[in-house]
Design a protein around this ligand. Sequence first.
Ligand SMILES: Cc1ncc(COP(=O)(O)O)c(C=O)c1O
Length: 468
Amino acid sequence: MQEATKQGTAAAATALTPAEREALEHVWIHTARWLDLAERDHLRVIVRGDGCRLIDARGRVYLDGLSGLYVVNAGHGRREIGEAMARQAQEIAYVSSASYTSLPAVQLGDVLAGLTPGDLNRFLFCSGGSEAIESAMKIAKQVQVMRGFPKRYKVIARRGGYHGATFGAMSITSSRNETYFGPFMHGVSFVPSPDRYRNAFGIDGEAGDLMCAEAVDQEIRAQGPEYVAAVIGEPISASNNSHVPSPRYWQRLREICDRHGVLLIMDEVINGFGRTGRMFATEHFGVVPDLMTMAKGLSSGYAPIGAVAVRDAIYEEFKRQDVGLAHLLTFGGQAVACAAALKNLEILRAEDLPRRAAEQGRYLLGALEPLRSHPTVGDIRGTGLLCAVELVKDKQTKEPFGWGPAAGAHPFSRRVVEAMAERGLLTRCFMSIQCVPPLVVTRDELDRMVAVIDESLTVAEREFGFAA
Ligand SMILES: Cc1ncc(COP(=O)(O)O)c(C=O)c1O
């Protein structure tokens, strides 16, 4: 209990609630820095939520501009999901994922097969996005070996992409931290991502996207097609600031992968479950990947659950050879988590939340548009309720703010985040301010969000000396 005050924060500590004092003492909040929590009043112990609202231990009320962490698509405080989980826990909470399955896992697989595109009909359940990515890479590598290609182990990923924090998932994430964690998984290379604002080849519009697709072809040839297992990317990359590529980009990638016998993995961990205005973002592009990873919005965060959706032809190989997957996760298909996901999917469909996300997203993009007059707003983009306001030091050169000390955000972006929180909006900003509220967000809440972003930019710009 003494730790907060040891750091010379007596004044701040006296204002803390008991829960906040305990949090400072015992909880490791994943990427948070100590002085932000102990001295700069960034610590928030959230005690309740309702729709898009969050309430903390001090009774402060916030608008959740990030759906937790791109998770709570159905909104906070859904009593019916909790009740479904309680009912399932009383029946059976856990069965061995090695040998058995449970009724809610069976029902969830059935519902997902009806929702996912094409013949993505088989689901391997796990506990979250990183595990889904690890599982997808292992399925891809095992099936390549089983098909007679034992040398196909390489994975091609895209610059700016994020796929998780476990070792394999981190290795295919281009911002991986070499200093702390290198060397990484062998055989990973990166190609440019579609970006209509700063295209890697200096080519505008769809032609720039298609150059990025050709770069994948070149990379497969450079690595040697006989060595490449899979290509992976998010349909619309949130970590790369939500650029929406032309459908032809993904269609071309599909053709390229097919031509070279490479599996295409599409990562819907953020994009899935209505976030982009369709149930899955792949639907915008008319492409069926070989493997699709999902998590976050699958349960809207009411339980930790992820999944890999697999096309028939892949599972057929395991059937034909009568071979099991050399991979086992204890909590894959945990029954209570499956019950949460089932009820969440029922809500997403009953309330037509993907369509609502599309409509509210169009409204949000329109409302954000006037912010382009800010000296630091370089671009505004997105689709559905996955929108981003990209900040730049200089609109002419498009110079980004980049990173600040200790791999954190630049001090300007940090100030914007702080100013938003002071005004009751919680979200994050590295290169861009993330506008990713729960799909139940109202027009009034969107207006409030935009007003807070506007005011917060004005405050930070004044403090950092940007001319209006
Ligand atoms: C696209 C994508 N894939 C995978 C992950 C990893 O998910 P998790 O944090 O649940 O392990 C994330 C996390 O943000 C993500 O954004």
